[in-house]
Design a protein around this ligand. Structure first.
Ligand code: NAP
Ligand code: GFB
Length: 322
């Protein structure tokens, strides 16, 4: 149970990743932590959440009152296409273990993470929170998508059976410092940043995969962190909420590549390798629900966020995940 009135002991699973590090930054650098809050940011070294005994021991040790559940097997389009079964099984185990342990240890609130890539591939636009289960997800990441959808099913079942108000957020594509810059497994922006860095250093061309035509909404990890803190403290629905820039901020992969080229001042040739998959063409999501709650929230301008991420990568090249 919570300690003195209003005090919170918040456990962040997946605290060592892209989003977890952004939350840590906001807590430390932007005065995010409140007086009555204790924060515990974890990595897989603290517990392998695929293992139920390790998960239970973690909750036993920390006795959190609140959980921000970020831990997951995460990857870009190409890793998902290679390992749909692993994404399904590992994330199902992680999510069931964390949510059941939260219930068993009487955690007041859990904020879990879905993703805008889990929505039905055949859909009308813009996509909103009510559409999660209205049809099959894109083939490229069905394992991850179905595992994430089950979080929403879990949350609704814990509410109807036990009155638990566990909820979830639905971020769009996230990028920022501490991302996974591995070219084969990571997402498009860290992949392009890493490839552009190498092309500039070696005087070679930049290979952008696919046609460059697909469209994405990108959210800066620090903006997402600020919004997740708000969800933890103020958002009381069990239903999920999309955390994304607006439809009007959607860009093509080519525009994203151009932004990276500009930020890293790359002057070489940019080549589009259309033998590589494009994946989902678009997954345009509405952030109307978020804007209704937070009409004054302002997102970091895309080019500024890209520049900050590139500068971070160059400054931390030796230690960055790649
Ligand atoms: P990330 O950088 O890959 O970090 C993943 C985190 O989960 C790491 O802290 C990792 O610990 C931990 N983890 C992985 N497997 C684990 C296990 N078996 N046991 C315990 N911890 C484990 O991921 P991210 O991009 O920050 O994503 C955070 C959340 O946002 C995820 O739920 C993801 O599905 C969601 N999301 C991400 C995006 C995106 O574009 N990145 C978009 C939408 C939603 P280690 O550091 O020890 O490996
Ligand atoms: O971020 P990404 O890998 O995943 O973006 P999704 C893939 C798009 O970027 C495709 C193009 O159109 C690729 O052809 N692309 C161009 C590249 N160059 C590169 C590159 O160097 N690396 C990568 N990775 N792509 C993911 C889901 O979909 O979205 C995950 O599969 C997750 O499950 C994530 O939810 C947020 O946006 O296509």
């Amino acid at each position: 149970m919570a300690g003195k009135t209003g005090s919170m002991r918040v456990m962040v699973t997946g605290g060592s990743g892209l989003v977890g590090k952004a939350i840590e930054h906001v807590l430390k650098e932007e005065g995010g932590a409140r007086e009555e809050e204790e924060w515990i940011c974890l990595s897989s070294k603290d517990a392998n959440l695929i293992d139920v005994a390790e998960t239970t021991a973690l909750f036993q040790k920390h006795r959190p009152t609140h959980v921000i559940h970020l831990a997951a097997m995460v990857g870009g389009l190409f890793k998902n296409m290679r390992q749909n079964l692993d994404f399904w099984r590992n994330n199902m185990y992680i999510n069931d273990n964390v949510l059941q342990a939260a219930h068993d240890f009487d955690v007041v609130k859990v904020v879990s993470c879905l993703s805008t890539c889990i929505f039905p591939d055949k859909t009308t636009y813009p996509i909103n929170e009510t559409m999660i289960h209205n049809g099959p997800p894109h083939e490229s990441n069905f394992g991850y998508a179905y595992a994430k959808r089950m979080i929403d099913v879990h949350n609704r079942a814990y509410f109807t059976q036990y009155g638990r108000r566990y909820t979830s957020v639905i971020p769009t594509n996230v990028f920022g410092p501490h991302d996974n810059f591995n070219i084969e497994d990571g997402h498009v922006l860290p992949g392009l940043i890493h490839k552009t860095y190498i092309a500039k250093k070696e005087g070679t061309s930049l290979q952008v995969w696919g046609s460059g035509r697909p469209r994405r909404q990108f959210i800066y990890s620090l903006d997402l962190a600020r919004l997740i803190l708000w969800v933890l403290r103020e958002y009381n629905e069990v239903d999920p909420i999309i955390l994304s820039v607006g439809e009007e901020d959607e860009v093509s992969i080519k525009e994203a590549a151009d932004a990276v080229v500009e930020a890293l001042e790359f002057k070489g040739e940019v080549v589009y390798d259309t033998s590589k998959a494009d994946g989902q063409f678009k997954k345009t999501a509405s952030n109307a629900k978020l804007c209704k709650y937070l009409p004054d929230f302002t997102f970091t301008p895309f080019h500024k966020a890209i520049k900050e991420t590139c500068d971070w990568f160059v400054a931390n090249y030796n230690t960055a995940r790649k």
